[in-house]
Design a protein around this ligand. Structure first.
Ligand SMILES: [Zn+2]
Ligand SMILES: [Zn+2]
Length: 315
């Protein structure tokens, strides 16, 4: 196995690292972004350009239920000299909670992973048809063409419906589209297939990646619920917590860091950047007030390098 660099952070990493990241805490990483392969508005190429512009030390693409954009991201990142990491975000269930699990550093070409993602993608498509029908029954007619036009070439989902409802003036905001129509148990709510959280964690591990709980603060306003769910997930193989997230308060970040250390979990962070779909979530940068520190990267890369002999999907 060829090792090319000893990073300034003290970890040995493999030949696929183009530039050893420095460990200065003044630099930011962004390990949670979406492209137009799911419900974001940017191509992977544009994300890399933005990442460079924001001087990120690492960018991961974490589209919902798809890894379609990852190969492009790895290619463009390598070309541009921006360290990038393979990623995805999967909506799972844990008892009656919807739990978003992020996967990092896995092999995006693994056939088993593609087969595993297929039922999620199929049920998404079926759900969109059912949402169109429910909205029609509520007197809101949206054609498949309109939906396609707003979603572009990637996965279509509820954020695209929300954008159309705002454009039409049916609701005043993206959030109102969810709270009045598209959210759980609202008039246009349609459930869809999901894996359990342990199933998603196991699949990410089989693909050589690490599994991280996305935005734990969104699980519940009750910290006791978060503590209990993290403990349960940690026993099921969870590797990390997304501590740095735009809606997490400083106090919540501190409590999550503490929780991560109790369960020996990695700490990650990301903006949940969607571009025009969610303008309130800009990509991380030193200047916009949201900057997950670059020092989080080394433990994640070290954990990935320890996990398996293959190339961790980091360029
Ligand atoms: Zn999420
Ligand atoms: Zn997300």
């Amino acid at each position: 196995m060829a090792f090319a660099f000893t990073l300034s952070c003290g970890i040995v990493f493999k030949k696929y690292v183009l530039k050893p990241p420095s460990c200065t805490t003044l630099m930011c990483i962004d390990l949670h972004t979406h492209s137009l392969y799911s419900d974001g508005s940017h191509t992977p190429h544009e994300l890399v350009a933005l990442g460079l512009q924001n001087k990120l030390r690492c960018l991961a693409l974490t589209d919902h239920d798809t890894v379609e954009g990852v190969t492009d991201l790895l290619r463009y990142g390598k070309k541009a000299g921006l360290p990038v990491l393979s990623g995805m975000e999967v909506s799972t269930t844990l008892r009656n909670y919807t739990v978003h699990i992020l996967g990092y550093g896995f092999d995006p070409e693994l056939p088993e992973l593609h087969r595993w993602l297929r039922p999620l993608q199929d049920s998404r498509a079926r759900r969109n048809q059912n949402i169109l029908a429910k909205l029609h029954n509520l007197g809101i007619d949206i054609s498949e063409e309109e939906l396609q036009a707003v979603s572009g070439e990637g996965q279509t989902g509820r954020p695209h419906f929300a954008r159309l409802l705002v454009q039409r003036g049916v609701v005043a905001s993206f959030d109102a589209a969810f709270s009045r129509y598209l959210g759980r148990n609202k008039p246009a709510w349609v459930p869809r297939f999901s894996y359990s959280a342990p199933e998603a964690i196991a699949m990410i591990h089989r693909a050589g990646g690490k599994a991280v709980l996305a935005h734990p603060g969104m699980l519940s306003p009750d910290m006791r619920v978060i503590v209990a769910l993290v403990e349960e997930l940690a026993h099921q193989g969870l590797d990390g917590l997304e501590v740095y997230y735009p809606s997490h308060s400083r106090q919540l970040c501190r409590r999550l860091i503490n929780l991560a250390s109790i369960h020996r979990l990695l700490v990650t962070g990301g903006s949940d950047f969607h571009g025009a779909t969610r303008p309130a979530h800009p990509l991380a940068s030193r200047t916009n007030g949201f900057c997950p520190p670059a020092s989080l990267l080394s433990p994640l890369l070290a954990a990935l390098a320890n996990q398996h002999d293959q190339q961790p999907f980091f360029h």
